[in-house]
Design a protein around this ligand. Structure first.
Ligand code: ADP
Ligand code: MG
Length: 699
């Protein structure tokens, strides 16, 4: 018992107020930084270090250095140069340095008398009279040489309302406790052995108090074994937590979808094409899951245009054929509407109505759609993510399909699961994403999901030719648009990326459309942007799909999912300002039919090195996996996964890219925790996952 109490680590449960000098006010400020327990302090990790382990000679300093110096005051004076300021001239025999203060008190000024010895720390800059430090930290010291720090000084991330000095002191206290009270190492030794990583205690001491001979470069690059130890633990916390979530989800009851009506088979037989091998494999995996009495939580990953929608439709058909309801959620109204059109074309011949729930539809239409859904009159329902987050009543929801999940995080997935709870039966979930990410990364980010990959495009596609063209040659691009429409092809023109507002984006698109319509009088130009009503958007998209519009000017609303096989040319303005994933998604709108397609990336010079690398990647390859790999290198995984929500973007030490080599070990370790040390998982989550919040059930 005593043993247990000691090993649980008293400081894991102790509030910060247990520390000396922490009253209610400070505790409140710390709480706002997510620091509630003493152990939370230990996991506030330095972003950098200062070396205050030796005093430098002034003569050796150069601008940009952060240094400790010691010297004697030669002269202190208040001067007016635009502002009132205090200047102190310091000398140590090897040179002079000016201390400059814009805020100072009378007593401070008195303390800086000629002959006083000061020890200062600050950043060296070039000033009007040689080197200087602005607002350095300093204190008076005596003639006898005083001790310097014997470890490097940690710099903590900016923490509003709590000074560096205060934080250092508190963390110092927590570190001293670490030796007596202890913080428990929840990672079993056996998992660390051949990784040659230190214990938790050693790692924490090292990162907060590195010895003066520490390799600063290694620390700054976060590649020191002490940091890797913490990164490993953090990754493990996330991984084990997601795996645990997966395990609990799979013990919930769900309905086995047997499709007694045989709708899936009938839909399949009615398609004008055969499934590709990859689609058939993914479908078989989905169907096996749906036939079980445990909820499916499966991600179908596949590049743009690989044909994910039809796989989803076949799953929906199986659900409807079992007398239950399937719902498909799309990220935008436009896509919801397109899915509704496709699904209607597939399902209505089978005698199944499809309901569309759109935010912009007239209240009456919407109400009757809602009623149909609540009364089980319709079994196939389509809407946007936003709509499903409001309270829609389903009569009997058994399958939820989420399209384009890279905009959809783990918290939202959880909320969906909650929807099924009321009935005591959990819906199956099918999540479709066009963000191809490397396998180990996928296994980490989506550890709570099963994954199917569609790694093959339907036959007969010709790869899109991509060219990179400067803005000055816009006229030639316009001529190309004319040429394409003369041959009966259709064209997308994507307008400049304007961050500020939907309003400005819409305006820019309107202007572009007007200019193009004037330049191309023989071409039928249409316009679609986020400010149009859903009905208007629908009308334009339908006209484009039917070929009545030849040139569609659009904002990036067409980024995902829109499917018009006769469109063979895409022009993207300001391509230099877009990310790889977005460019790839946009370009995926062409090259959907058998005809050769091309994509023109218009850019405005000068190109940043990063932008120019991105455009080069786009020019060279059409392979979504290759592009994702390059994207990962250029931007890092946080951006790639679109992840604020996955939790992985906010990791404190670990970085999915930098620490990628640890991932296979982390996955194996998570297995061991789940089977042999399940209790450690909650403790690790409490320590590492934001606010101690687990991905586990809400409520
Ligand atoms: P994504 O995976 O990007 O969502 P879609 O589901 O929109 O792709 O499919 C792209 C296009 O390919 C659609 O026009 C669809 O009808 C067509 N398609 C899907 N599967 C096949 C197939 N096996 N053979 C031929 N065309 C297909
Ligand atoms: Mg799609």
């Amino acid at each position: 018992m005593a043993e247990a109490a000691r090993t649980t680590g008293a400081s894991e449960q102790r509030p910060v107020t247990a520390l000396r000098g922490v009253g209610d006010a400070l505790a409140e400020r710390l709480r706002r930084l997510g620091i509630a327990q003493v152990q939370d302090l230990l996991f506030v990790l330095p972003v950098d270090y200062d070396d205050r382990t030796e005093c430098r000679r002034i003569g050796e300093l150069y601008p940009g250095m952060r240094s400790l110096i010691e010297g004697e005051v030669q002269l202190t004076e208040v001067v007016f140069r635009r502002r009132r300021q205090l200047l102190t001239r310091l000398s140590d025999g090897s040179g002079f340095l000016t201390l400059r203060f814009f805020h100072f008190s009378a007593s401070q000024q008195e303390g800086l008398v000629r002959g006083a010895r000061l020890r200062c720390f600050g950043e060296v800059r070039r000033g009007p009279q040689g080197l200087e430090m602005v607002h350095p930290e300093y204190r008076r010291v005596s003639e006898r040489s005083e001790p310097v720090e014997d470890t490097l000084t940690p710099l903590y991330p900016l923490t509003e309302g709590v000074t560096q000095g205060r934080l250092r002191m508190l963390i110092g206290q927590a570190l001293r406790e670490l030796d007596t009270a202890g913080v428990r190492d929840w990672v079993p030794r056996e998992l660390l052995e051949d990784l040659h990583l230190p214990s938790l205690r050693e790692a924490l001491h090292y990162v907060h108090r590195p010895p003066k001979n520490a390799r600063l470069e290694e620390l700054s690059a976060r590649r020191h074994p002490a940091q890797r130890r913490l990164a490993f633990e953090e990754l493990l916390a996330h991984q084990a937590n997601l795996r645990l979530l997966k395990r609990t989800t799979r013990t919930d009851p769900a309905r086995a979808l047997e499709d007694a009506d045989g709708l899936a088979a009938r839909l399949l037989a009615s398609l004008p094409f055969q499934l590709t091998g990859a689609q058939a494999r993914a479908l078989a995996e989905v169907e096996a899951d749906l036939r079980a009495e445990r909820p499916m939580v499966r991600l179908v990953q596949g590049d743009v245009g690989c044909g994910k929608t039809v796989v989803a439709a076949l799953a929906a058909a199986r659900t409807a054929g079992s007398g239950l309801q399937a719902a498909l959620m799309a990220p935008t109204e436009l896509l919801a509407e397109q899915h509704a059109r496709n699904f209607r074309a597939w399902f209505e011949p089978l005698g199944l109505p499809v309901a569309l729930l759109s935010g912009a539809q007239p209240a009456r239409t919407r109400r009757s759609a809602l009623e149909a859904v609540a009364s089980a009159e319709v079994r196939v329902v389509i809407g946007t993510h936003a709509l499903f987050q409001e309270g829609i009543e389903f009569a009997d929801l058994a399958l939820v399909i989420v399209d384009e999940q890279h905009r959809f995080g783990v918290q939202q997935r959880l909320r969906l699961q909650e929807k099924g709870r009321a009935s005591g039966r959990f819906p199956h979930q099918l999540i479709m994403t066009a963000t191809p990410i490397p396998r180990t990364l996928a296994m980490t980010a989506y550890a709570d999901l099963d994954v199917s990959v569609i790694d093959e495009l339907p036959p007969g596609r010709t790869p899109v030719q991509t060219v990179v063209v400067p803005e000055q040659r816009r006229d030639q691009v316009v001529a190309r648009v004319a040429q394409a429409s003369r041959t009966g092809r259709q064209v997308y023109w994507v307008c400049p990326l304007i961050e500020e507002s939907e309003e400005l984006r819409a305006q820019a698109a309107e202007e572009t459309a007007a200019v193009l319509a004037e330049a191309l009088p023989e071409v039928r130009v249409g316009l679609v942007h986020g400010r149009l009503s859903a009905a208007k958007k629908d009308e334009v998209m339908l006209a484009f799909q039917a070929g009545r519009i030849q040139l569609l000017v659009a904002t990036t609303v067409i980024e995902v999912g829109v499917d018009v096989p006769n469109a063979t040319l895409m022009v993207i303005e300001n391509a230099e300002r877009m990310g790889l994933a977005q460019l790839h998604q946009l370009r995926g709108r062409v090259g959907r039919g058998a005809a050769a397609s091309s994509c023109v990336l218009l850019y405005r010079a000068p190109l940043s090195p990063l932008a120019s690398r991105r455009l080069e990647v786009m020019r060279r390859t059409n392979d979504g996996f290759e592009i994702a790999r390059r994207d990962l290198e250029l931007r890092g995984p946080g951006e790639l996964l679109g992840t604020r929500q996955t939790g992985l973007a906010q990791m404190r030490v670990a970085d999915l890219m930098r620490d990628a080599d640890l991932l296979p070990r982390v996955q194996a370790a998570a297995e061991v925790l789940l089977s042999d040390y399940p209790d450690n998982i909650a403790a690790l989550s409490a320590r590492w996952i934001a606010g101690g919040e687990q991905y586990g059930r809400v409520g």
